[in-house]
Structures are given as C-alpha cells and as structure tokens.
Ligand binder design. Structure first.
Ligand SMILES: [Zn+2]
Length: 254
C-alpha cells in the first residue's frame, strides 16, 4: 500500500495534479454579466445584481470550509470572454463556477417555469439548453464570428475535464436541492444538463454553470432576493464542492 501511495504521489507531482485537500482547493466564482450587460431583467430586478450577491455568499460559505476563493468580479463591471476564466488560470484554481439566473422565453410561461439547473460544457441537441446558452452567451460573444466560436468550443470538448465537470455538476445540484428543499419544499429540480456555454470554454479545470432560478417567475423572484434563500443556495453549492472533492480523494485513495 505504501509503495502504491508513493507511486501515486510521484505520479501526481509529475502530472501536475493538484491535491484534493480542501484547504488547498482554490475556487473561482464567476458572477455572470455586469456593467452594461444586466442579464435577465424581470419585475425591475436585474440578474447581474442577484448573481453577485449570491457569489459573495458562496465565497463566504467556502471560506468557512477553508477554501481560498476568488471572484471574477466583486462590483458592477463588465468582463470580456476570457477575462472570466483567465483569473482561474492565474490563481491555479481547482474549480470554476459561474452563477446565473434564468428567465422564461415566453411571457405566457412565466409562472410555469421555475427551479434550479446546473450545466456543464457540452454540445447539446436539447432545445431548452441551447436557448438558455444562447441567452447567456449573447454578451460574451459579441464580435466573435461563427468559425471562431466552433474552434473554441471544439478545442475543449474532448478534454478530460468534461467528465470531471459532469461529476461536479451532479454533486452541486444534489447538495443545492437538498439544502433548499429543507426550507422550501416546492423548489423544482431542473436537473444537470449539458449546454454550449462559452464562459466555460476557456477553463482548463472542472467548470460548471448554475442557473439558480427563474427571475420571470413571481414567487421564485421574490425568494431569490431574500437573504435566507440566497444563503440556502450558497451553502448547498459549498457543500456540493466539498462532496465532489471528498469523492475525488476517495478515488485517489483506492
Ligand atoms: Zn446569465
């Protein structure tokens, strides 16, 4: 066993793998949109403000668990595509997490659509995933031509991080729902889904995007701007990251 552990430790040193020790696992949290890009707008509430508030609560919860944490933006500023993920490279982050809020594409469905969804980067034929990705991509892709879009997305789709991102998405979605349903029984589980989100493209580490709820749904919008609800989301995300790292550590220990 000792030889195996020694071998693994040499292997990880040589391959540059980062230890899944929580206290060393740097997390970068990206609050979506910012500046002139408000994201979804509903009932005079702006997505960019909501996701920044939640990102700060996630930072607090993760720091309490011992993680070094960085935000891509801590104020109301716009970041270009690349700036968001570049910070993850600079800080040698182990996990990249982008936070967004959803909106119904059809006013008739405003009160029908609600719930939490977690996405990992993958081309998807699912019309709903494509529509949501298109909306989230709009501002970050301004000025990028179709060919470049295909090149950047293809460059990562076969990478090993896709599998890890999927695992991370499952753990975060599960823990978020568990935490939220404890206090708000009717929260809808929108599931883990693949989607072509460009903010995840440049990240060479497990990376996911959380849609915390629908601003277009009156009841959910009210909850989303309540501090207790935001804390439930934040603690759920933090415990999902903890679970993912624990599972990864177990895989290494075997
Ligand atoms: Zn968004």
């Amino acid at each position: 066993m000792r030889t195996v552990l020694l071998f693994l430790s040499i292997l990880f040193t040589l391959t540059g793998c980062v230890s899944p020790d929580r206290s060393k696992a740097v997390v970068v949290i990206d609050a979506g949109h910012g500046g002139h890009d408000s994201g979804a707008i509903s009932g005079e509430k702006l997505e960019k403000n909501l996701v920044l508030s939640i990102a700060k609560k996630v930072r607090k919860a993760l720091r309490r668990n011992g993680h070094p944490v960085y935000l891509t933006r801590s104020g109301d500023s716009f970041l270009k595509l690349g700036q968001r993920t570049r910070i993850a490279d600079r800080k040698e982050a182990m996990i990249f997490l982008s936070i967004h809020a959803n909106a119904s594409p059809n006013p008739k469905k405003n009160e029908l659509l609600s719930g939490v969804e977690t996405y990992y980067l993958q081309k998807s034929r699912d019309a709903r995933s494509q529509r949501i990705a298109e909306r989230e991509n709009a501002a970050v892709l301004m000025g990028t031509d179709e060919l470049s879009k295909d090149v950047i997305i293809d460059s990562v789709l076969n990478g090993p991080k896709i599998v890890e991102s999927h695992k991370l998405a499952i753990d975060i979605q599960r823990e978020m729902l568990k935490r939220m349903k404890g206090e708000y029984h009717d929260v809808k589980d929108g599931g883990v889904r693949p989607g072509p989100f460009y903010v995840l493209v440049g990240a060479s580490r497990p990376s996911i995007l959380v849609e915390v709820g629908y601003l277009s749904n009156t009841k959910e919008r009210q909850r989303l701007f309540e501090s207790d609800y935001q804390n439930a989301i934040a603690k759920g995300i933090a415990s999902g990251i903890g679970r993912y790292l624990d599972n990864r550590k177990k895989e290494i220990d075997i």
